[in-house]
Design a protein around this ligand. Structure first.
Ligand code: GCU
Length: 689
């Protein structure tokens, strides 16, 4: 079971350049050597050199004649220029925002001076990230002769949310079972460390280990039964600069049988949590805080007691504040018992409607975690209007690299291009720092409690992510949250080289596959932003009406004349929740981008899109095109047979063959559905059933 590969930390044998060959050891002063994170950096350098160049690096406390890798920490690193580059708030700061210098934590500088490599961190985390960056350069055979790099992570929190259950299953897990839990026990072993190395190597600094749906034994994670093992795990994370987080059951005082209410304004409840947090934080040393899904999809929350989400979040925030803890509170709150006949209620509005009036009421150590779109991780959604809607509340962006609706790690779907679009989206909340990236990096409002979280895509499969190519999303998420300016293609190429080596053909084929994968998937999936059309509950495979007459608020409203949800001011009004510049575009079918048209408007199939095609012809064309794109991917992939090792080649081949078949299933079911509904034939006379 504990069989795992090294993913992108393979450190396979490579050529050593002259300047690298001269480096004979690591220099790090004694005090620094006592720091566990620095020890990880040293181990990583040693492991890297062993793998890449087949030699050992000795560690010394001070410089000698020989050329070395010199590790140091300097709180003023990197240079002042970088420190002031992006941190001055453009709008009134939220709460007690920290000073400029503190907001450039975790940064590093790499340089070459007199043949020595200097890795300087602003703190231990920065030093570790600098080390990983240096090792990346060595793996990619970059010339280090003129080594000079300064980086500070753009997102303060770079977090993974695991949806692992204590019984070992993973909600929306597509790569095996949990490696954190087996049969209601916490597992700490070699894999824990490997996981922490992988996460830290791409800059992840916070991990939530359990499912947001906290049920059964998971409620007991804050009790004596589990403290020992959880502390062991948290300690390993800590060695890699990763704060340990858990998801919390809002009704824990009741479900643990200690109180008969979880009312946030009840003094007994507040006292209970204060005592509990004192206990938990004293037993788990490296604890960062908690993630909470409340009043959502059947989970308990403050609504039960007629209280607001601010009441609930602030009560917990107060209890964790003495320990520097954070409360990450999810905004995924909607009515999941809707009547499909009800045309007025709009799930897309619910996150906004439930939270907007609370803007400014949340404590400084509360961060609202908002999904990228208003529905649920569909292949295409507009950006959530709470970004730019709220101006006095800490927010972080939640994306999903577990490909729940994007092929479940059986189809290849590289999501970094999608995340880039989301981050670049202009909210118009102010004049000059208004993108989602600006907001969640703290640039817009000057806060430091913000960042990005991804629902994780790992499991105990040997290769961590099921599809080998799905690891690009894990890698990419980390790299993007550290450095959102990197392009999706740069990240893809870096990951390919780290994972498969430097062969030009491998690079060309795999990067093309990755870059085409999201567009291909969108082509053969639900059209024009309408989403869903999947099999209920497990969310895999086409089923156009799968959710049409269900209670989850996810409808396409197709009849024989038209399709789409009217979210304009004539309809549910969702389009008007954005700042005027965006609202004017989304509200008007003539201005709305094609790819979101059916999300915002109910339109006749004969409506001519901005592309010049009718909606029905667009549906046919994109579905044929999507399959062609997959066919091409598979054909290209097969040319790599003699370039990749057989194990990984065959593993991927199997998934590609499945995707080829399954993309056809999507194409034919969707095309046939709309042909039968409309009676309008394909202009090009292709086969539709
Ligand atoms: C989706 C997903 C659930 C998950 C939920 C959430 O609805 O299907 O499994 O619990 O999102 O984000 O909380």
């Amino acid at each position: 079971m504990n069989n795992f590969e090294a993913a992108w930390l393979r450190y396979e044998k490579t050529k050593e350049s002259e300047s690298v060959a001269k480096l004979s050891g690591i220099v790090c002063d004694k005090k620094l050597q006592g720091n566990q994170i620095v020890q990880s950096a040293i181990r990583e350098l040693q492991e890297g050199f062993r793998g890449l160049f087949g030699r050992e690096l000795a560690v010394a406390e001070s410089c000698c004649e020989n050329r070395s890798i010199i590790l140091s920490v300097d709180p003023l690193c990197p240079a002042e220029s970088l420190q002031t580059a992006e941190v001055s708030p453009k709008t009134e700061p939220i709460g007690n925002s920290q000073t400029k210098k503190e907001s450039r934590k975790e940064s590093y500088r790499l340089s070459m001076q007199n043949g020595n490599v200097h890795i300087t961190g602003s703190d231990a985390n920065g030093l570790l990230y600098g080390t990983f960056s240096f090792l990346r350069k060595l793996t990619l055979q970059e010339d280090i002769q003129n080594l000079q790099e300064e980086k500070a992570p753009v997102m303060p929190l770079r977090m993974l949310n695991h949806w692992d259950n204590m019984d070992g299953s993973i909600e929306r897990g597509y790569s095996g079972d949990s490696f954190f839990f087996v049969k209601n026990e916490v597992v700490v072993d070699e894999r824990t460390r490997m996981y922490a190395r992988l996460a830290a190597s791409v800059g992840i600094n916070a991990v939530v280990i359990n499912n947001v749906n906290v049920k059964e034994m998971a409620t007991y994670m804050i009790t004596e039964k589990y403290f020992g093992k959880l502390d062991d795990m948290a300690e390993i994370f800590g060695e890699y600069g990763i704060k340990f987080y858990m998801s919390l059951n809002y009704a824990a005082p009741v479900e643990l049988g200690e109180l008969d209410t979880a009312d946030p304004l009840d003094e007994n409840v507040s006292n209970w949590w204060h005592e509990k947090m004192h206990e938990v934080f004293s037993r788990i040393q490296n604890l960062g805080g908690f993630l909470i899904k409340a009043d959502s999809e059947g989970r308990p929350g403050p609504f039960t007691y007629g209280r607001t989400h601010a009441d609930g979040a602030n009560m917990l925030a107060d209890a964790v504040a003495p320990y520097g803890g954070k409360i990450i509170w999810r905004c995924f709150v909607y009515n999941c018992k809707q009547d499909w006949r009800d045309l007025k209620t709009d799930r897309a509005r619910s996150g906004y409607d439930n939270f907007i009036h609370l803007d400014g009421q949340f404590a400084e150590n509360v961060i609202l975690q908002v999904k990228n779109g208003p529905m649920d991780f569909q292949v295409r959604e507009p950006v959530h209007p709470l970004f730019g809607g709220m101006t006095k509340t800490n927010e972080m962006l939640e994306v999903q690299i577990a490909q729940e609706y994007t092929g479940q790690q059986r189809h290849v779907c590289y999501l970094i291009p999608m995340f880039k679009e989301i981050l670049k989206f202009k909210t118009y909340v102010n004049q000059d720092a208004d993108t989602v990236c600006d907001i969640v990096s703290g640039k817009t409002f000057g806060q430091t409690n913000c960042g990005m979280a991804a629902v994780a895509n790992t499991g105990n499969d040997e290769n961590w992510t099921g599809h080998d190519l799905a690891a690009a999303n894990f890698y990419g998420f980390g790299r993007l949250s550290f450095e959102p300016d990197l392009s999706a293609e740069e990240i893809a190429k870096e990951w390919i080289a780290m994972t498969f080596g430097q062969d030009e053909k491998v690079m060309q084929v795999l990067s093309k596959i990755l870059m085409n994968s999201w567009p291909a998937y969108e082509n053969y999936n639900a059209p024009l932003g309408i989403g869903w059309m999947v099999n209920p509950s497990y969310h895999y495979g086409p089923n156009v009406d799968g959710y049409e007459y269900d209670r989850w608020g996810t409808y396409h409203r197709a009849d024989h004349l038209g399709i789409g949800v009217d979210r304009s001011h004539h309809g549910t009004g969702y389009a008007t929740l954005y700042h005027e510049e965006n609202a004017a575009i989304y509200d008007d079918p003539a201005k709305c981008p094609d790819e979101l048209l059916l999300f915002f408007h109910h339109m006749p199939y004969t409506h001519v899109l901005r592309s010049g095609k009718t909606i029905i012809q667009h549906i046919y064309d994109t579905h044929f095109k999507g399959v062609e794109m997959v066919d091409e991917m598979v054909e290209d992939f097969l040319t790599l047979e003699d370039k990749l090792d057989a194990k990984r080649f065959n593993r991927m081949k199997e998934r590609f063959f499945h995707q080829k078949e399954h993309a056809r299933e999507w194409r034919d079911q969707i095309n046939s559905y709309f042909y039968r509904k409309t009676g309008i034939p394909d202009e090009k006379g292709r086969e539709i059933f």
